[in-house]
Design a protein around this ligand. Structure first.
Ligand SMILES: Cc1cc2nc3c(=O)[nH]c(=O)nc-3n(C[C@H](O)[C@H](O)[C@H](O)COP(=O)(O)OP(=O)(O)OC[C@H]3O[C@@H](n4cnc5c(N)ncnc54)[C@H](O)[C@@H]3O)c2cc1C
Length: 412
């Protein structure tokens, strides 16, 4: 028997009598209260809209990842209290040697529960625990969408699916593992400490993918991610933990999308993993969930404040999403290519590419896929002298435009 059952997270979600029926109509219904859902709710704070956010668990109850993010994202969102450790170097192990990449920006690990609570502190929405089952029929004549939950049917003209890879509110497009473009990831969280953020590109752990160890204060997050959904990562996650002399406790894992999907469908908006916003190759999906969540939150805010129609929000958010498609495509190409390179050549390449100029160049472009310039203080707490959300959006779009121009120039 695994030791995990003794250390599974304590369930804090309301049960039995506490689960009173839920229904009625809201201005905005956000399904999913993790990174994407909370980022959207935060952008709607102070708008005066009646916003309901639902999740099957309490906010921050279920950690869904190793919780690594570029530090600047935490700083810009006022979330530094949740930071646990910071790294300026990425250590890459292969069977043929170790390389150290000194990054042009730092990466942080954070505490999931605390980060969610800090995001929630900036929201003025209502939260309820409820399991979302799917849509309850098509939109009515006024464009209201009904969502079926285990506590009743809730309707709203603006509905967001931030429920993760399952994309529960889509019209059933059959996206099921292991046939769908999904990676799988599993990690253990032993107590312990470390100084370095480490990755293993080693077929002993996974034929296509990588292993990692992310220290976070008094715990380590050790895991394996496979780009091939058919490869089971449990044994090799345990092998990696064993190789590092760490306990195999507190397991958590999930499917990770590696393909961008439509941002809107049947009147519903999608953000985060439900829209395939997790980056291929690195499987980094937190900052992108926040990034697209913020962009969507601003579009919805313009609707509830009467500055644009829902249809306009749909088309703007969809084109914002689609404008990133080429970047996701390139990352996916790299994800497919890396496992095909023979290990000895790959080790040599990793060493060669570790020179400062290349690392600065590539990691600056990588950060620009979802630049921290988009993030800012919570709208409800924005002072007059701070950047307005519209200005931040313009800054981020400028950054994207510059990035695209740069790459096109380089390709030419
Ligand atoms: C092992 C592992 C490690 C990872 N490490 C990192 C990392 O270090 N850095 C990084 O950037 N990314 C990492 N990722 C990817 C990252 O976790 C996701 O991309 C990110 O969590 C997506 O955020 P989200 O808000 O879209 O969805 P999620 O975080 O998956 O949140 C979905 C929410 O919806 C709720 N929900 C789901 N279904 C229902 C339902 N039917 N009814 C009600 N509620 C429901 C869930 O409870 C959850 O709160 C990792 C992934 C895995 C699997």
């Amino acid at each position: 028997m695994m030791a995990e059952s003794a250390s599974m997270p304590v369930r804090a979600t309301k049960r039995g009598d506490e689960r009173t029926p839920l229904g009625g109509e809201r201005d905005v219904l956000i399904c999913g209260a993790s990174f994407a859902g909370l980022a959207i709710a935060r952008e709607l704070a102070g708008s005066g809209a009646d916003v309901l956010i639902v999740d099957r668990y309490e906010i921050g109850e279920r950690q869904t990842s190793a919780c690594g993010i570029p530090t600047e994202w935490l700083a810009r969102l006022g979330l530094m209290e949740a930071e646990r450790q910071r790294f300026d170097t990425l250590v890459l192990h292969t069977p043929h040697g170790t390389s150290r990449y000194r990054l042009p920006w730092t990466f942080s690990t954070f505490d999931y529960r605390e980060l969610c609570q800090l995001l929630w502190r900036d929201c003025d929405a209502t939260f309820e625990t409820a399991k979302v089952n799917g849509r309850a029929g098509a939109a009515d004549g006024d464009g209201r969408i009904a969502v079926d939950t285990d506590r009743g049917t809730i309707t709203a003209p603006l509905v967001v699916d931030a429920l993760g890879w399952r994309r529960v509110l889509a019209s059933g497009d059959g996206y099921q593992p292991p046939d769908a473009p999904l990676s799988r990831g599993l990690e253990v969280h032993p107590h312990g400490s470390g100084e370095e953020m480490e990755l293993w590109i080693d077929r002993r752990y996974v034929p296509a993918g990588y292993g990692w160890s992310f220290p976070a204060g008094d715990e380590l997050r050790i895991g394996v991610g496979s780009f091939d959904p058919r490869f089971h990562v449990r044994q090799t996650t345990e092998l990696l933990a064993e190789d590092l002399g760490q306990d195999r406790v507190r397991y958590q894992g999930n499917w990770i999308p590696h393909k961008l999907r439509r941002a809107t469908e049947g009147g519903v908006f999608f953000a985060g993993d439900s829209a395939g916003h997790c980056l291929p190759l690195s499987a980094e999906g937190i900052r992108t969930a926040l990034y697209f969540g913020i962009a969507l939150g601003r579009e919805l805010r313009a609707v509830v404040e009467g500055r644009q129609t829902r249809e306009r929000a749909e088309s703007k958010y969809a084109s914002f999403n689609d404008s990133h498609e080429w970047k996701f495509r390139w990352m996916l190409r790299a994800q497919k290519l890396v496992p095909r390179v023979p290990p000895r050549i790959l080790a040599r390449l990793i060493k060669l590419l570790g020179n400062k100029r290349f690392v600065d160049w590539s990691f600056t472009h990588y950060l620009a896929i979802a630049p921290p310039e988009l993030a800012g203080p919570a709208p409800a707490s924005s002072a007059d002298d701070q950047d307005r959300p519209d200005q931040q959006q313009d800054d981020a779009e400028d950054a994207l435009g510059r990035e695209r121009g740069l790459l096109q120039a380089e390709q030419a």
